[in-house]
Design a protein around this ligand. Structure first.
Ligand code: BGC
Length: 694
């Protein structure tokens, strides 16, 4: 290019839209068609004539997935496709730390660049409607406010590395059973107040460049070709300027795709020329059955994302992979995401110097989890299992013995050996829970119940009987615990904590790190207490191809609180090795709402972090509102004895509900109770606020 002038589309000093216009004007109709559909599992075609490179997509969302063969779902067999395996989305959500979410996104963005990717298929922000959904582990829990804050951080971090995030699955993809066909019927309030806010925040606050349409239908139309979701809400109402891609095989009809907002068709079928947005679309345009302007609009969106992520520039960020800094972020997310649910008589933290023998029991103590779950799997650079983490932390200070305790299929002699092991130890650390086997936390199917598999309920009871000092650590998403919860002295929820998970867990068990995670979803006592399980098969898993969201707005704690059902552990709950006191609540009205101030003090003798949560309760709502709704939170790190004044601002819109008649958000003048505390069911500070007419 020496001495030559750059064409406008290659010139970074030109405005984005001018570059897009210029490039669009140079493309032939065939070239245009070639960039709006796949040409292999995870790529779209290059246009060599103009120097447009092939575009590489990758799953997401817990790191950069291993490379998949071009035309099969088998791994490509590369040796340079390892990545840092981050904790799963639900663990990230449990940190309640959007800054850490930014860091995780940034790491994944850097690794994506180092691996030559352009679009990362994540984050996943579908709301946990039923605890049975096989992909809940990938998502950010049951609350739209929390999911919004966490996904905005993640996307900002990832996109700062010249990568497009692709927020998924838009929308209402809340179950894996029948995911390709099920038709969701949800009312406008549930849609706007529960299922859309995280996507909206991704678009409006994070500026996400790509959105993936979901497999399911909404109101009788597939989500990848859904006029209301894509054209009306996403593109018109929210002003989304990037591209909408299909989930793999989520497109069903050329005309519908052409007219209803799909911009890029991806799939599993290897006949790429026959994709709905390939030859059939070209034929229909050339026959005058579909307008050329529609194609141009799709291409424009694809080019905009390419140019915005500097795909056509010479100085695109090169990225980096598996650096020490990346490993540190993986560890910190796990350390802040693991939740301490029970800690009777200060059972934890353990002091290895005062213990002779520790029995580590349970298959998850040695199981590699990162390479599981289907599309979110990661070929981890390494993975520290719980046992490895405990061994490395304890060193020669105590004797560690291990017994598997359970595994798929086999049982009785494993149990006997585990009991013998438990009896011979001073303390038992049981590491069980779920895994990514099909039917548990895995894409493609839902769980059948909320029970611990492989006889673990009985095993835990036998272990506690053999050794009352049995600490239970559960990996995976939520399970029923009533069979043994009363009897165990301590319980940690470790989710899928990523490749540094074992180190993080050991740091918490032995007190190097003070736990600060809080539940991003209600843990019910029983499945039958949950909203989607409360109205028969029509509300889950659906009947005659349709699932009705009859519970409406009452998802998660909104259901438990409004219906006054006692959960096992409430939303927002998590213990610490120190204690916190809330005091001195002040409400300061502002021109646009309210600033809430209060003091938070670490009243114990260890440094630690508390997630202070703010919930709203409207006193005389015109339409039904849940008993409380999360509208703010802050994670605050405090030294022993330290006190800080915390300030959370609420804008007028934060008081609003979605009015289905006016088709918009309404903040109605009324009295509101402002509730502050460390979990949705422990809110020591409260005061009333009157929202005046505007
Ligand atoms: C999943 C997506 C994933 C895609 C590509 C689909 O089956 O639903 O989340 O990104 O496959 O692997």
């Amino acid at each position: 290019m020496h001495g030559e002038q750059l064409p406008p589309f290659r010139d970074p000093s030109q405005p984005l839209e001018a570059r897009v216009d210029d490039l669009l004007s140079r493309l032939t109709i065939e070239e245009k068609i070639s960039i709006i559909h796949a040409d292999s599992k995870f790529t779209t075609a290059a246009v060599p004539r103009l120097g447009i490179p092939r575009r590489w997509l990758s799953d997401g969302p817990h790191g950069v997935r291993e490379d998949i063969g071009p035309d099969t779902w088998m791994p490509a067999g590369h040796t340079d496709d390892f990545a840092t395996a981050m904790p799963a989305g639900i663990c990230l959500a449990a940190t309640w730390n959007p800054d850490l979410s930014f860091d995780e996104g940034e790491v994944i963005g850097q690794e994506a660049r180092a691996r030559g990717k352009d679009i990362m298929l994540g984050p996943g922000v579908n709301i946990l409607r039923t605890p049975l959904c096989g992909r809940n582990f990938e998502y950010f829990g049951e609350d739209p406010w929390l999911a919004s804050k966490m996904c905005v951080g993640y996307i900002r971090g990832e996109q700062s590395e010249d990568i497009s995030s692709c927020v998924k699955h838009f929308a209402l993809n809340n179950q894996e059973d029948d995911r390709g066909t099920i038709n969701v019927e949800a009312d406008d309030r549930a849609l706007h107040e529960i299922y859309l806010p995280a996507f909206k925040a991704a678009v409006e606050q994070a500026g996400v460049w790509s959105v993936m349409g979901a497999y399911n239908q909404f109101r009788g139309q597939h989500c990848c070709e859904n006029e209301l979701l894509l054209n009306q809400i996403l593109k018109k109402d929210w002003g989304f300027k990037g591209l909408v891609m299909s989930d793999w095989g989520g497109a069903h009809d050329t005309r519908e795709c052409a007219l209803n907002g799909l911009d890029l068709e991806m799939g599993t079928d290897t006949n790429y020329d026959n994709y709905y947005l390939a030859r059939p679309y070209l034929d229909m345009i050339q026959a005058g059955e579909l307008p050329m302007t529609g194609l141009d609009e799709k291409v424009r969106r694809n080019l905009r994302v390419m140019i915005a992520t500097h795909m056509l520039d010479f100085n695109r960020k090169p990225g980096s992979i598996n650096t020490a800094a990346h490993q540190t972020v993986a560890r910190r997310v796990a350390e802040e995401g693991i939740v301490l649910l029970k800690n009777q008589n200060h059972t934890l933290p353990l002091d290895p110097a005062r213990i002779k023998t520790i029995a580590v029991i349970g298959e998850n103590a040695v199981r590699l989890q990162a390479h599981g779950g289907e599309s979110s799997e990661i070929k981890a650079f390494y993975e520290i299992t719980p046992l490895a983490g405990i061994l490395s932390r304890v060193g020669s200070k105590a004797n560690i013995i291990f017994s598997e305790g359970y595994c798929k299929g086999a049982r009785q002699d494993l149990v006997e050996r585990a009991i013998t092991c438990a009896k011979s130890a001073d303390v038992v650390i049981y590491v069980g829970g779920l895994n990514h086997d099909p039917g548990y936390d895995c894409e493609g199917a839902d769980r059948k119940d909320l029970k611990l598999p492989y006889g673990q309920d009985e095993l835990i009871q036998e272990l506690v009987a053999a050794n009352p000092k049995t600490i239970v650590v559960l990996e995976g998403t939520m399970v029923e615990m009533h069979a043994w919860l009363d009897r165990v002295p301590a319980l940690l929820q470790a989710w899928y904590p990523g490749m540094e998970g074992g180190n993080a867990l050991a740091a918490i068990l032995f007190g190097d790190v003070n736990p600060s995670g809080k539940l991003p979803a209600t843990f019910p006592k029983e499945l039958s207490d949950t909203p989607a399980a409360s109205f028969g098969a029509a509300t889950y898993p659906g009947t005659n191809g349709t699932v009705a969201y009859t519970e409406g707005l009452l998802v998660g704690y909104r259901w438990f609180d409004t219906r006054q059902i006692e959960p096992e552990f409430p939303f927002g709950f998590g213990l610490s090795y120190t204690t916190f006191a809330y005091s001195n609540l002040k409400l300061i009205p502002t021109w646009d709402g309210l600033t809430v101030r209060f003091d938070l003090k670490n009243t114990g003798d260890r440094a630690g972090a508390e997630v202070a949560q703010l919930y709203l309760h409207e006193m005389n709502p015109r339409l039904m509102r849940p008993a409380k709704e999360l509208k703010g939170f802050k994670k605050v790190f405090l030294q022993p004895g330290e006190k800080q004044t915390v300030s959370i601002s609420l804008a007028r819109n934060d008081f609003a509900y979605y009015d289905p008649v006016q088709h918009g958000w309404v903040a109605q003048p009324d009295d509101f109770e402002i509730l502050i505390g460390g979990s949705s069911r422990e809110l020591p500070l409260h005061a009333n606020f009157h929202l005046k007419p505007q």
